[in-house]
Design a protein around this ligand. Structure first.
Ligand code: RTP
Ligand code: MG
Length: 136
């Protein structure tokens, strides 16, 4: 069953020149890009995107970080695209959870600077795609 997911290359990934690497892994997995744009993230968009974390102690830092530079936003489509990209990304903590061979497992060390975002469920994907690509 084909579905869509929202992928972000976060400011650390853009700054470090890893956009191509992320796209390459998405394409090699067999997923398809249906929209892609580089953007500065307005604080209101960041707050809406990460609304589920509003009460978390790291929410302030998370907003600061995601609005600190450009991100590359993508709508990605394919069979089980949501879970497939989460598999490519690896776990949230790039050392304790993400394994080598995943984007986070291969390229970063800190949970706060973990390079990519991927929607975590069909409900999240629908909600997030409306925020980032309302025209889709
Ligand atoms: P994301 O939403 O960015 O795809 O990441 P995720 O699902 O793997 O993790 P989530 O629990 O949704 O957390 C969102 C982002 O917040 C930052 N974070 N920092 N300092 C901390 O303990 C902490 N925990 C989470 C990370 O950037 C994480 O990706
Ligand atoms: Mg998440």
């Amino acid at each position: 069953m084909s579905e869509r997911t929202l992928v972000l290359v976060k400011p650390d990934g853009v700054e470090r020149g890893l956009v191509g690497e992320v796209i390459s892994r998405i394409e090699k997995k067999g997923l398809k890009l249906v929209a892609l744009e580089m953007r500065n993230v307005a604080r209101a968009v960041a707050e809406e995107h990460y609304a589920e974390h509003k009460e978390k102690p790291f929410f302030g830092e998370l907003l600061e970080f995601i609005t600190s530079g450009q991100v590359v936003a993508m709508a990605v489509e394919g069979t089980r695209a949501i879970a497939a990209f989460r598999q490519l990304a690896g776990g949230t903590d790039p050392v304790e959870k993400a394994t080598p061979g995943t984007i986070r497992g291969d390229y970063c060390l800190e949970t706060q600077y973990n390079l990519v975002h991927g929607s975590d469920s069909p409900e999240s994907a629908e909600r997030e795609l409306k925020i980032w690509f309302p025209e889709l």
